[in-house]
Write a new protein. Sequence first.
Length: 138
Amino acid sequence: MWPRVELWLGLVRSLVIYWRPGRQRGLRDFYRPFVGAGDLAFDVGAHLGDRTQAFRKLGARVVALEPQPAVRRWLVRLVGRSQDVSVRAEAVGRAVGTARLALSRRTPSMSSLAEDWPGSLADCRLLISTWWEGRKPS
């Protein structure tokens, strides 16, 4: 499959999963005991911003970190235009520096900086169709 089509299909899949009707209410109910008005919340690996939006709706200021360029563009479109949200093209790791992102175009929410992440999931039946750039499907 063409890389751009795979990426588009992966993003559409994520939009359907993470922005389905009713999900925002459930996220706000879940996070309400932990996040409130005036708080500063961090959404690490913000993906398409469903949690960023929930934090913002609870009254928090949000720093949303998303290292994937194509995903980040959608994150900005969906939630990044709010004055209470700062979208950063960064990731979080155990040390300062740069790292290689294991990118999954078909399932962008499965992308990770953990070097052993793709290999550790080889036997997981739920993720049998997940594959990462530069690696053969499991």
